[in-house]
Write a protein that binds this ligand. Structure first.
Ligand code: AMP
Length: 581
């Protein structure tokens, strides 16, 4: 274990490191000020000495810069010959790493980085290598191919980096990695990065590394600390898809990955979601590389909200804003869960990892808790009415925040006003909201409870309390940053702050009754020139069925009346954006 104590992120800056000026400038351009914990451990160590390291770090912790910065510092830009080689499991990760390195070396145009990976034209890659480069980022299979064609010379490699080593071994690249390492000289440094430490990774360390310094920024197999782990127990397997839809509907602004075990399931679920009107697509190995690239591009650009993926296809996905990871079914291998959940909560953000399990599968949760050293909270699948409430609030917020392009509609407005002139403001609002909302209500009003409630011990469910706080979007918060803010100010772990609903000027959140004392450190403080006010939401939210009553109380009181009036008055013509069957 590297002994220098990691300072809290925030006290130390990159300027404290004796890095070359052009690297400092590029880091500054990227907006990085403080090194992340893994960077605090690798950068000063590797600047000071040449050594092998084994770094246990999750994706999203800043590990790419943790190896790229010292690597760039150490290579000689004047020599146009491969000096550093990074091996990573997937094409996506390779491209990402090469891009990150290009950004960090932008003030040193002499430095060339070439990415080589399967599924792309090998001749183009051979030509790029021929032009000369100092750094190569490669997937194992393609690199072996290039070595066999004598298209790449690894004899001068001074730094060998194995990124996501556990993933590479899981994917069956063991022989390729052994072969590649054999092509490099012994006097290089090897830096191995892995999220977990299965025996196969330990074997590589033992066989090929020289007294490696072990760096660990968390527990060996631990999931990232800012992930909230939730599981839902369905009463029967046939409710799995229904539960998935409820969960998605309950988080209207979800941007997430749904993991399935097989390619066939992945395609089936994606097709079903698309048919039901969701913004989703599939990513799995039966698609061509061009199709996979297309899906990834659309997901990256938020053109699709839900990516349904197999584990293999989703490896190396490096997208910062993923809010939820959903395990449509749990993987057999506990490590795979860590990788799946690590796709959210990246770059210091928080995220939610969800598992849908049957009663027999729920036994696995204990193993997962032990393995990830994280607490998994059981939640109840939202009832139809809870989904409706959430969607209605979301709709109202959307209407409130919509910016209208008046020029596009002004020609029609006189006729519209004329036609609606006899309606009061209240009637008009009701009709507009209902027009948009009725398909949810129609679908969900008689939706059955699909929870397995047999084993829910209401008394053992932790009591929670819902709070109102006078901070909201106006103050720059979203649900994640509000959680982080409350956690920072009160010391309540971010994963214990739940069901955050952020509105324009106020928000709601839930915490365990045992944490309520800690809130006193926040109330009365000043924020944006306002005194922070926190109030108990007057309706008690408890364990069991009632626990997941998430709506604002004000709305709950009005709910019945609203639905009733709207139903009577509403235009029942369906504008089917989503089809509920
Ligand atoms: P990685 O773990 O390398 O995939 O990095 C996750 C994300 O963190 C990427 O979007 C990086 O750009 C970002 N990042 C890396 N280092 C820092 C830093 N010191 N400060 C802020 N963001 C960073």
């Amino acid at each position: 274990m590297y002994n220098t104590e990691t300072q809290t992120q925030g006290t130390i800056t990159f300027k404290d490191y004796p890095l070359l000026e052009w690297i400092q400038k590029a880091i500054n351009d990227l907006g990085y000020q403080h090194p992340t914990p893994i960077q605090q451990q690798t950068i000063p160590l590797l600047l000071e000495k040449d050594t092998d390291i084994i770094a246990l770090a999750q994706t999203g912790t800043g590990k790419t810069a943790a190896f790229s910065i010292p690597m760039l510092h150490k290579i000689n830009p004047e020599i146009k010959h491969p000096q550093a080689l990074i091996i990573a499991p997937t094409r996506e990760l390779c491209v990402q790493i090469a891009n990150d390195i290009k950004n960090l070396s932008k003030y040193k145009p002499e430095i060339h980085t070439v990415a080589v990976y399967g599924g792309a034209n090998i001749e183009t890659q051979i030509n790029a290598l021929k032009k000369g480069c100092q750094i190569i980022a490669a997937t194992p299979g393609r690199l072996v191919d290039l070595i066999d064609r004598r298209a790449v010379d690894l004899s001068d490699i001074k730094i060998l980096i194995l990124d996501e080593a556990d993933e590479m071994l899981n994917m069956g690249f063991k022989d390729d990695i052994d072969y590649i390492i054999d092509q490099t000289f012994d006097n290089k440094q090897t830096w191995l990065f892995s999220a977990t430490m299965p025996p196969e990774v330990a074997r590589i360390a033992k066989n090929y590394m020289n007294h490696p310094v072990e760096i660990n920024v968390g527990n060996k197999n631990a999931a990232a600390p800012n992930i909230e782990h939730i599981y839902y127990v369905i009463s029967s397997n046939k409710h799995r898809y229904l539960a998935l839809k409820r969960i998605i509907d309950y988080y209207p602004d979800i941007f997430g990955i749904i993991f399935c075990r097989t390619k066939a399931d992945t395609q089936k679920i994606a097709d079903q979601l698309i048919k039901d009107g969701y913004s989703a697509d599939a990513l799995h190995g039966d698609l061509s590389q061009a199709q996979r690239d297309f899906v990834m591009k659309r997901f990256r650009n938020h053109q699709i909200q839900l990516l349904v993926a197999t584990d293999v296809a989703a490896r190396g996905i490096d997208i910062d804003n993923i809010t939820h990871v959903i395990n449509y079914d749990l993987p057999d291998d506990l490590e795979v869960y860590t990788h799946r959940s690590g796709r959210t909560a990246r770059a210091g953000k928080s995220g939610i990892s969800i598992a849908i399990v049957t009663p027999s599968e729920s036994k696995k949760i204990k193993d997962l808790e032990r393995f990830t050293k994280a607490k998994f909270h059981r939640s109840l699948i939202p009832t139809g009415i809870q989904v409706c409430e959430k969607q209605l609030l979301y709709l109202v917020e959307r209407i409130k925040n919509t910016s209208v392009d008046e020029s596009a509609i002004q020609d029609y407005l006189p006729a519209v006003f004329e036609s609606l002139k006899d309606l009061s403001k209240e009637e008009l609002i009701k009709k507009l909201v209902w027009e948009e909302f009725n398909r949810f209500y129609t679908y969900y009003q008689n939706a059955p409870d699909i929870n397995n409630l047999k084993d829910v011990d209401v008394s053992s469910h932790r009591q929670t309390q819902r709070y109102f706080i006078n901070l909201g979007e106006m103050d720059g918060f979203n649900w994640r940053s509000l959680k982080d803010f409350i956690s920072d100010e009160t010391g309540i772990p971010v994963t214990n702050i739940k069901n955050t609903d952020v509105k324009k000027t106020f928000s709601f959140f839930e915490i365990s009754s045992t944490d309520t004392d800690k809130l006193s450190s926040l109330a009365g403080k000043s924020f944006n020139n306002r005194i922070i006010s926190i109030e108990k939401s007057n309706k008690e939210k408890q364990g069991g069925h009632k626990k997941t009553e998430y709506s604002s109380d004000k709305f709950s009181h009005k709910k019945k009346e609203f639905f009733k009036n709207s139903f009577e008055e509403g235009n029942k013509k369906e504008k089917r954006k989503r089809i509920y069957k």
